[in-house]
Structure formats: structure tokens, C-alpha cells
Design a protein around this ligand. Structure first.
Ligand SMILES: Nc1ncnc2c1ncn2[C@@H]1O[C@H](COP(=O)(O)OP(=O)(O)OP(=O)(O)O)[C@@H](O)[C@H]1O
Ligand SMILES: [Mg+2]
Length: 243
């Protein structure tokens, strides 16, 4: 089966500062692929390159067999790539409902959009009570939920999440990951999840990839990475085989 996303030989730089060196990876349709790596490894840069938010890179990026590198961010989004950036990916001066509408801006199926809007309020009941509130007034956790809901309004083929747990209380992180499990079950899409919390990420992921200073150091199914001594020592804080 062909991959949902195939990145080959990607090199990216900010001016003369090279950040990604020959990165290749595949994301299958269905399931969660997690991208792990220390601060500065280039995780966010990789997501930016995929979504077209970064112009200076070489290599090829294919979505369902079609080259998307070189396309505009808008064109890539229309093909079904939704990117929830690090930080709060919402429009603070728009209401919750307006933020969701923005997520669906490229869709023409009004009935589907209305249905999906209802589905988002089911998935995130907290948002339902704030439909007409400004997004900027929501708590950090609620804004992260809104950012994910907004991305889902695109009906993406590929959903990319950049550290959705960052700065959130454990209970809120649990709610977000429970919801990701639900999406993974019900929607036909692939999820690329960047996470600092490797334990949590490997629990939900089917496959995983470790980026070390701009190179893929380890890649494989999530189970084998959980047992990999290098991952256990560097990302899970474990030395022994026991858990
Ligand atoms: N806009 C930018 N201009 C110049 N250098 C940048 C820019 N964004 C990132 N970098 C540099 O690129 C490298 C990789 O950064 P990136 O944000 O991709 O890492 P990351 O793996 O997402 O890290 P973190 O876990 O801290 O989010 C770092 O050395 C960073 O300083
Ligand atoms: Mg980052």
C-alpha cells in the first residue's frame, strides 16, 4: 500500500543554518506516527516544511503519491494537510464558532460542515458552552482543543500536531489524548504527532521516529521503540528492561 505521506531526502535551513539533513520518512493512512526528539532537533521545522510554511528546503514531499513540495500553504491545506502549530493555533479575536468556520473555509459541502461542527461540540463538550465567546478568553487547554477542532474541520487526510500537551495540566492532557484516540478510531486520516512526552506519545502511537540533530536516528513501530534501549535511556528515562 502506498504511504499517505512520503518525505524523501529533505534538507532544510534557516538562511545558512542547516537544520534538517537528508530526512526521509513515511506516514501511513490510518493510525498515529509520533515524532520524538530533543529541543532543537528539527521537529517543528519538519512540520513547517510539510505544510508549506517554510520555503527553503530541498527534497521531495508526496501526499498520496502527489508532489506537494513547492505548493503554497493554502494549496497544501486544500489537499488535506492540517497543521496545528506549537503554541495556540487559534484566532483569539474570533469566537469559537468563527474559528471552526475558518477551519472549514476551503470546503463547499455546507451540510457536511454543519455536521462536523456538531461533531466537534460532541468531541469537545467544553467548547460547546463557549460557541460565542472569543477564543482568546478560553483557558490554555480549551484553546488547544479548539485548535485541534479547527484543524479537523478541514476533514484532513493528514493531521499534524506540534506538542499538543505543552504547558497543560495532566488532566487536560489526558482529555486531549483520549480524544485523539477517538479520532484515530473513527476518522480516515493519518496523524503525525510531535511530542516531548515520549511515554504518552508511544502509548497512543502505532509507529514512531526519533529525530536527532536533524537526522532520523531511529524509526519503527511504536512497540519496538518502547523497548529500544536508546529510546528508553534518552526519552523514557529508564535504564532497565522493567517498566
Ligand atoms: N525561524 C527560525 N529562524 C532561524 N532558526 C530557527 C527558526 N526556527 C527554528 N530555528 C532553529 O532551527 C533548529 C530546529 O528548530 P525546531 O524548532 O525545528 O526544533 P524542535 O525539534 O521543534 O525543538 P523544540 O522541541 O524545542 O520545539 C534550532 O536550532 C532552532 O534554533
Ligand atoms: Mg518544536
Amino acid at each position: 500500500m502506498s504511504a499517505l505521506l512520503r518525505v524523501s531526502g529533505l534538507r532544510a535551513a534557516y538562511r545558512s543554518h542547516a537544520v534538517l539533513h537528508d530526512v526521509s520518512l513515511e506516514i501511513p493512512m490510518g493510525g498515529v506516527t509520533t515524532l520524538l526528539g530533543a529541543n532543537g532537533a528539527g521537529k517543528t521545522t519538519l512540520l513547517r516544511a510539510i505544510s508549506g510554511a517554510m520555503v527553503t528546503f530541498k527534497g521531495s514531499i508526496e501526499l498520496e503519491g502527489r508532489r506537494i513540495d513547492g505548493m503554497s500553504t493554502d494549496a497544501i491545506a486544500r489537499l488535506g494537510v492540517a497543521h496545528v502549530p506549537d503554541g495556540r493555533g487559534t484566532f483569539p479575536a474570533l469566537t469559537v464558532e468563527e474559528n471552526l468556520m475558518v477551519g472549514a473555509i476551503s470546503r463547499r459541502d455546507r451540510t457536511g460542515v454543519r455536521e462536523d461542527m456538531g461533531r466537534m461540540y460532541e468531541l469537545f463538550p467544553k467548547l460547546s458552552g463557549y460557541r460565542r465567546s472569543m477564543a482568546g478568553l478560553l483557558s490554555g487547554g480549551e484553546q488547544q482543543m479548539l485548535a485541534i477542532a479547527r484543524a479537523l474541520m478541514l476533514r484532513p487526510r493528514l493531521l499534524m500536531l506540534d506538542e499538543p500537551s505543552f504547558g497543560l495540566a495532566p488532566l487536560v492532557v489526558k482529555q486531549i489524548f483520549d480524544m485523539l484516540r477517538e479520532i484515530k478510531q473513527e476518522a480516515r486520516l493519518g496523524i503525525l504527532l510531535v511530542e516531548q512526552n515520549a511515554r504518552l506519545a508511544l502509548e497512543i502511537a502505532d509507529s514512531a521516529c526519533v529525530l536527532e540533530v536533524g537526522r532520523v536516528a531511529i524509526a519503527g513501530d511504536a512497540n519496538s521503540l518502547r523497548g529500544d534501549p536508546r529510546v528508553r535511556a534518552a526519552y523514557l528515562g529508564l535504564q532497565q528492561e522493567s517498566t
